[in-house]
Ligand binder design. Structure first.
Ligand code: CTP
Length: 417
C-alpha cells in the first residue's frame, strides 16, 4: 500500500519548483530537495537573497542536479520567471517566511521567487516557519487565510525549538510531511486511499484540576495525534480530532474538538466513536484525577495538601468493549520498559486491533520529540519491529496497517463501502 516510509517514485515525471526563503529552517529545505528528487521529481530550486545567507546554492544544485536560480535578470534567459512558472507541475515554498507570505497575499513580485509565483497557476504548497509572535500576528494569520482561501495548501507550522533558543509554534513542518503535501497536491498514489472512511483521533495530554489554578498533567505534546489526523485527512478520510490542551493549530481539513480533562475526552470520544470506522487513541489520558477539586486557590499557609486521587474512565477499554463489527481500534502504549510485552497485554485487555508501542522517558524520543522509537503490534504474529520513526512516517505506517485491517473487516462484514 502507498504512503509507507519509503517515498518510492511517487513524483516521477513531475517538475516541482522549490522556493527557499530566508529562515533558519532553510537547512531543512535541503532534506526536502533530496526527498523530492528521490521521489522522482525534477526539482528546480529558486532561492531568495536572504535564503543564501542560511544555506548555499551549491547544496541544492548538488542535491537536485539542476542549476539553482536566484536572479530575475539572469543573463541567459530574459523571461526566466515565466518559463519556470509555466514548467512547474507544483510549487512549494519551504521555509515560507512571514515576509514571503505577506508578499504572496498581496501579489507583490519584487524578486525571482515572487515573480514566478504570481505567474504560476499550478498547486502551491506553503511551509511557514517563523517565530511564534510573527506566526500568531493577525497580519500573518490574515495573509495565510487569504492564501488558503485561494487554494494554497499550508503545511504546519509545528511546535518545537525555534531559532535563538526559543520554543513555540512556528517550526517548519518536517520535510516528509511537506513531501506528502506535494504528493497530495499532485494527486499521486497514496492520496485518497482513505476516502469515505470516518476516522476519530485523540491527541495530547489531559489536565486534571487540583484547584482553581493547578492541575495534574503530563508531557504529551499532541504532535503524534495531530500528525495522524492530518495524514488521514490528506488520504481522503473524514477526520475528527479530539485534543487535550496543546498549542498546536488545527490541521487542515480536520474537525477539531478541544477538551481539558479525561472526563471531557471520555464524553467527546464516546459520543463520536460509534459513527467512526477507525479510532486512533494517541492521547496520553491521565489515569488518575483529584477526587475533589478545591473551588478556589489552595493557600500555601494551609500546609501541603493531601491529594486523594481517583481513577479516570479508561476510554479505550470502553470502546474495545463496545466495538462494532468492521470497526478498527488503534491504541498507543507509552512504556519505559518491557515495550512489546506490555503492548501485547494492552492490545488483548482493551480488545484492540493494533497498538503502537512507544518508548518514552529517554531524551529525543516520545513525548514532545519529532521522532518516536516505536513498534506497531497487531493481533497476529506479524509486527513492525521497534525502530526510530519521524512522527509523519509513523502516522503513515499506522494508517497503512489500519487501512488493510479496515478493508479486511469490511470484506468480512460483506460491506462494499
Ligand atoms: N487510555 C484511555 N483512557 C485512559 C488511559 C489510557 O483511553 N484513562 C488509552 C490511551 O490513549 C492509549 C492506551 O489507552 O491509547 C494505553 O494507554 P497507557 O497509558 O499506555 O496504558 P494504561 O492502560 O493507562 O496502562 P499503564 O498506565 O499501566 O501503562
Amino acid at each position: 500500500m502507498a504512503g509507507g516510509p519509503a517515498p518510492g517514485r511517487s513524483l516521477a515525471g513531475r517538475r516541482v519548483l522549490l522556493g527557499v526563503t530566508g529562515g533558519i529552517a532553510a537547512y531543512k529545505a535541503a532534506s526536502l530537495a533530496r526527498l523530492l528528487s528521490a521521489a522522482g521529481a525534477d526539482v528546480r530550486v529558486v532561492m531568495t537573497p536572504a535564503a543564501s545567507r542560511f544555506v548555499g546554492p551549491d547544496t541544492f544544485a548538488a542535491l537536485t542536479r539542476n542549476p539553482v536560480h536566484q536572479d530575475v535578470f539572469e543573463a541567459t534567459d530574459r523571461v526566466l520567471h515565466v518559463r519556470l512558472a509555466r514548467e512547474a507541475d507544483a510549487a512549494v515554498v519551504a521555509p515560507a517566511t512571514a515576509n514571503v507570505l505577506a508578499k504572496l497575499a498581496l501579489g507583490l513580485a519584487d524578486d525571482l521567487l515572487t515573480s514566478i509565483l504570481l505567474e504560476a497557476r499550478c498547486p502551491l504548497v506553503l511551509a511557514p516557519a517563523m517565530h511564534t509572535g510573527m506566526w500568531t500576528h493577525p497580519s500573518t494569520q490574515a495573509n495565510v487565510a487569504a492564501l488558503a482561501a485561494r487554494g494554497a495548501i499550508v503545511v504546519g507550522p509545528g511546535e518545537g525549538p525555534l531559532a535563538a533558543g526559543d520554543e513555540g509554534v512556528g517550526r517548519m513542518a518536517e520535510p516528509e510531511e511537506i513531501l506528502r503535501a506535494v504528493e497530495a497536491a499532485l494527486g499521486s498514489p497514496g492520496a485518497g486511499d482513505l476516502a469515505g472512511v470516518r476516522v476519530l483521533v485523540t491527541a495530547g495530554p489531559t489536565h486534571e484540576p487540583i484547584d482553581a489554578v493547578r492541575f495534574i498533567g503530563n508531557r504529551s505534546s499532541g504532535k503524534m495525534g495531530f500528525t495522524v489526523a492530518a495524514e488521514a485527512a490528506r488520504r481522503g478520510a473524514s477526520v475528527t480530532l479530539v485534543s487535550g490542551p496543546v498549542p498546536l493549530p488545527d490541521p487542515q481539513g480536520v474537525a477539531v474538538v478541544r477538551v481539558e480533562t479525561a472526563a471531557e475526552m471520555f464524553e467527546a470520544v464516546t459520543a463520536r466513536a460509534e459513527a467512526s470506522d477507525l479510532v486512533v487513541m494517541a492521547a496520553a489520558v491521565a489515569d488518575f484525577r483529584p477526587g475533589e477539586v478545591h473551588p478556589g486557590k489552595i493557600k500555601k499557609g494551609d500546609g501541603p495538601p493531601q491529594l486523594a486521587l481517583e481513577p479516570t474512565p479508561d476510554i479505550l477499554s470502553g470502546l474495545g468493549a463496545a466495538k462494532g463489527s468492521g470497526q478498527v481500534l488503534v491504541g498507543f502504549a507509552a512504556e519505559t520498559e518491557d515495550l512489546e510485552a506490555e503492548a501485547r497485554r494492552k492490545l488483548k485487555a482493551k480488545n484492540l486491533d493494533l497498538i503502537v508501542a512507544n518508548e518514552v522517558g529517554r531524551p529525543g524520543t516520545g513525548f514532545g520529540a519529532d521522532t518516536n522509537r516505536a513498534a506497531i503490534v497487531g493481533r497476529g504474529e506479524e509486527g513492525t519491529p521497534l525502530r526510530e520513526w519521524t512522527k509523519v512516517e509513523l502516522a503513515a505506517a499506522i494508517l497503512d496497517r489500519a487501512a488493510g485491517l479496515l478493508a479486511a473487516a469490511r470484506a468480512a462484514a460483506g460491506s462494499t463501502v
